[in-house]
Design a protein around this ligand. Structure first.
Ligand code: ATP
Ligand SMILES: O=c1ccn([C@@H]2O[C@H](COP(=O)(O)O)[C@@H](O)[C@H]2O)c(=O)[nH]1
Length: 238
C-alpha cells in the first residue's frame, strides 16, 4: 500500500515495558509491540525503532542522587536501552518479523554496531531496525537519539508511541485540566516547555523540519492505527 509517509522512526518508552508485578520486562508488552510493528511493515512502512531505558535506569535521576557519577549512570542507561533493543529484536524474530539491532555502543558479540549505510540497507530490505545505545554519548536521552537517527536515515517522521494519546498543554497524568492539541509547531512545543519530549529533541527536529507524531502505544494495532490515520495523535510540524 502506498502511504504519504513511508519510512518512520518509532520511539518506544522503556518505562512502558515494566510488568504489573514491577519486573522490568513484560513479555506480553514486548509481544504486542512486536506484532504491532510487524503489522506496520506488512502495510508497507519501513520501520526503525528507538526504545528508551526508563524501565531500568534514568541517568539524570541517578546522577542527581549523587551516589554515582552522571556520565557513568548514563552509560548504564545506554546499556539498558541495548537490553530492551535485543529483547524487542528477539520478540520480532520469534514472530517471523525480520529485525536487526544496531547499537551506538560497540558490542560486536551481541549485535551490529550502528552505521548509517547498513541501517539504510536493512530498512530497504524491509527489516525492522532497532537502534540501541541512544546517541552513544552521555547527557542525552533516547528522544534526542530518535530524532537524530530519523534525520540521518531520512525518515518521514518520528512517531513517539507512548502512554498518552497526544501532546497536552501540561502533563495529563498530573493535571486533569490539561487540554490536548491536534497539531502544534515545534516552536510552540519548545516555548510552552511541553515535557512529552525533551527540548533538545524538539530543537533538533525543528532545525531539520522533521515532523513528530505523538500517540498512544496501548491496544492491539495502536502503532499502525496512528500511521494510517485511524487513531488520534498530535502532529508536531514545522
Ligand atoms: N505536555 C505533555 N503532553 C503529553 N504528555 C506529557 C506532557 N508533559 C509530560 N508528559 C508525559 O510524558 C510522558 C511521555 O514520556 P515517556 O515516559 O513515554 O517517554 P520517555 O520518558 O521518553 O521514555 P522512557 O520511559 O523510556 O524514558 C507521558 O506519559 C506523559 O505523562
Ligand atoms: O543518547 C543517550 C541516550 C540515553 N542515555 C541514557 O540512557 C537512559 C535511558 O534513556 P531514556 O531516554 O531516559 O529512556 C537516559 O536516561 C540516559 O541516562 C544516554 O546517556 N545517552
Amino acid at each position: 500500500m502506498a502511504h504519504a509517509m513511508k519510512r518512520i522512526l518509532v520511539k518506544l518508552s522503556g518505562e512502558a515495558l515494566i510488568a504489573p508485578d514491577g519486573y522490568w520486562l513484560n513479555p506480553q508488552t514486548l509481544t504486542q509491540l512486536a506484532s504491532d510493528l510487524g503489522q506496520a511493515v506488512a502495510q508497507g512502512f519501513e520501520i526503525a525503532v528507538v526504545i528508551g531505558g526508563g524501565n531500568v535506569i534514568r541517568g539524570a535521576k541517578v546522577g542527581a542522587a549523587g551516589w554515582i557519577d552522571r556520565a557513568t549512570a548514563d552509560s548504564m542507561g545506554m546499556l539498558a536501552t541495548i537490553m530492551n533493543s535485543i529483547a524487542l529484536e528477539s520478540a520480532l524474530e520469534d514472530r517471523g518479523i525480520s529485525a536487526r539491532t544496531l547499537s551506538a555502543v560497540a558490542m560486536p558479540s551481541v549485535c551490529e554496531t550502528y552505521a548509517r549505510q547498513p541501517a539504510l540497507h536493512h530498512l530497504r530490505k524491509g527489516r525492522v531496525v532497532v537502534l540501541g545505545g541512544g546517541t552513544g554519548n552521555p547527557f542525552f536521552t533516547t528522544d534526542t537519539a530518535a530524532v537524530l537517527r530519523a534525520i540521518e536515515l531520512k525518515c518521514d517522521a518520528v512517531l513517539k508511541a507512548t502512554q498518552v494519546d497526544g501532546v497536552y498543554s501540561a502533563d495529563p497524568k498530573r493535571d486533569p485540566s490539561a487540554t490536548r492539541f491536534d497539531v502544534l509547531s515545534h516552536d510552540e512545543a519548545i516555548q510552552r516547555d511541553l515535557k512529552v519530549m525533551d527540548t533538545a529533541a524538539f530543537a533538533l527536529a525543528r532545525e531539520n523540519r522533521l515532523p513528530i507524531i505523538v500517540g498512544s502505544a496501548h491496544g492491539e494495532g495502536a502503532i499502525t492505527a496512528i500511521l494510517t490515520g485511524r487513531a488520534k495523535a498530535t502532529r508536531v510540524t514545522p
